[in-house]
Design a protein around this ligand. Structure first.
Ligand code: PBG
Length: 322
């Protein structure tokens, strides 16, 4: 059927018609809000390059979590800024580490909330790399053991989902094994299966003070030029026991999200990262873009591309709009 018999504009005439045939509908239940936890008491510091996003001390977390819940956002992911860093990232798996305390606090005060934890070492190492350095390189297999201990310590604290973001080979399997050995077979793994070596992480590295002191992450994170490799990465993680596959960043990698959606039947997550948030916020602050509309459009497009779950610093703002 062709024009004039078929007129696509017929179903666009008013909001009732448009919403009747809308293909993609975003709900707050699909959003995960990333939260940065910092040492100290009664602290709430705004991150300069991420207006509206704060680092919170453990005692301020429950209030934040309750606000999320009231908005229909039932899920947060925690990132930690430890008191001290060292070469082997001991703070990542300390039983009384910042994340372990944060998870306990949240599970205690806001038990209805689902809590994910980022499992990585870059926030805890003095050199800022995501693993153990050996002869000038991040040693994959030496790092696995530390990651597994970290994931286990998060599970012991009460985490519902652990999310390894380090990009070491074999870490999902290692984490699954240690969790199962300790009877945490119900703790899920959301793997950062396809994480690119992206400049869009800039503001996060300020927020979490985790930029590598020397070199970059291209030896372990993926080359932005590669798409087929994303399938190999995701296949490995599925075989090793990942429950949710994540693509990161989101907006510049919508093709990858779609590819994973078509190839796998696992839930797909996408992380709209700090730089994506910062650029939309900056343009809106200058009056160059309508902040609310670009937020909604960017998140809708990530969902439309195939992400079931979206990690975004806009989670609360978006939920308010929905
Ligand atoms: C830790 C980690 C990073 C992000 C999430 N986990 C930083 C990095 O890999 O450099 C980035 C999140 C964001 O930019 O919002 N490895």
């Amino acid at each position: 059927m062709m024009y004039p018999d078929y007129r696509p504009r017929r179903l666009r005439r008013n909001e009732n018609l448009r919403s009747l045939v809308r293909e993609t509908v975003l709900t707050p239940a699909r959003l995960i809000y990333p939260v940065f936890v910092m040492p100290g008491k009664n602290k709430r510091e705004e991150i300069p390059s991420m207006p509206g996003v704060f680092r919170l001390s453990v005692d301020r977390l429950a209030a934040e979590a309750k606000e999320c819940r009231e908005l229909g956002v039932n899920h947060i992911i925690l990132f930690g800024l430890p008191e001290n860093k060292d070469r082997v990232g001991s703070g990542a798996h300390a039983a009384d580490g910042i994340i372990q305390r944060a998870v306990k606090e949240l599970k205690n005060k806001v038990p209805e909330l689902t809590v994910s934890t980022d499992v990585c070492m870059c926030e805890y190492t003095s050199h800022g790399h995501c693993g153990i350095i050996h002869e000038g390189e991040v040693d994959n297999d030496a790092t696995l053991e530390v990651l597994a201990r970290t994931a286990l310590s998060h599970a012991k604290a009460g985490a519902d989902i652990v999310a390894p973001s380090d990009m070491m080979d074999g870490r999902v399997g290692e984490i699954r094994t240690i969790l199962d050995e300790h009877n945490f077979d119900q703790v899920a793994i959301m793997s950062y299966a396809v994480k690119y070596a992206s400049a869009f992480y800039g503001p996060f590295r300020d927020a979490a003070d985790c930029a590598p002191q020397e070199g970059d992450r291209r030896g372990y994170q993926m080359d932005p030029a590669n798409a087929r490799e994303a399938l190999r990465e995701a296949t490995l993680d599925v075989e090793e026991g990942a429950d949710i596959l994540m693509v990161k960043p989101a907006m510049a990698y919508l093709d990858i999200i779609r590819m994973l959606r078509d190839e796998f039947d696992h839930p797909i997550a996408a992380y709209q990262v700090s730089g994506e948030y910062a650029m939309l916020k900056a343009a809106a602050a200058n009056g160059w873009l309508d902040g609310e509309q670009v937020m909604a459009e960017s998140l809708l497009s990530i969902h439309r591309a195939g992400a079931d779950v979206i990690l975004t610093y806009f989670a609360k703002d978006m939920a308010r709009l929905l």
